[in-house]
Ligand binder design. Sequence first.
Ligand SMILES: [Zn+2]
Length: 309
Amino acid sequence: MSTLLLHHHSYLEHLTPLGHPERPDRIRAIDRILENERFQPLAREQAPLGTMEDIARAHPMTYVDALHNMAPEEGLVRLDTDTTMSPGTWEAALRAVGGACLAVDEVVEKKVSNAFSASRPPGHHAERTRAMGFCFFNNAAIAARHAQAVHGLDRVAIVDFDVHHGNGTQDIFWNDPSVMYCSTHQMPLYPGSGAANETGEADNIVNVPLAAGDDGAVFQEAVETAILPRLEDFAPDLIVISAGFDAHARDPLGALNLVEADFAWATRALMDVANRTADGRVVSVLEGGYDLEGLARSVAAHVMTLMTG
Ligand SMILES: [Zn+2]
């Protein structure tokens, strides 16, 4: 079976102010590297529009409607200091949700072995009722709840190696013992949450903060000692990866020193857990990554690893 790549041209139409790091060129850089012939075996599909039913599993409709009403017909609307909507944002955000959910469908139905959704806007900072940090809908959270509601999976783990803490994912699952959220992230750094003592009401949150300057050896040690054993114990039926690549050494927003091989290693380690507990089911959704070269090379390493099955 192949690895599924979800993409859509609308991801280029979510515009941000000049100089903003979360920009359409991120998707162009990923598209360009995945055109290489070594990625020819990928199954490629267009991301569909996410449904309100899917979104409502993570965000109240009052929030969704308010967001929709803020979408501009022209120009940019600023929701906070770094989160803006353009006329193309609404469709891109819906398709980022739809891509993540279709990825779950095809993986669970065994049409593909695993999947990567190369979407923007990202999602892990989006809380139940708040867009922030370039994020509007929490794609990984919605995908996890979709897997439970539509496919009847019991336990889902979301593993997040973005350099920033996924405060939104933590917020959504804080008191949900059926979803484990594990995150490595630089601390202190935006958004400020993610201390090791933030463990959730059901002890289902595993935060592993790293310090500025930490490299791949520290990262791998942290994942091996603090995350993989918890995942094994939890025995998820599906692993969703919040795949942010801004912990790369080249990234302008973070100060960790990971390289492509570290992302490949983490991908393999999570696939190994999934092979033991989740019948191999892994769905990965793009979060951050703002140095175009570091992002493209890291995505390539991540996807190449997924393709090894
Ligand atoms: Zn990030």
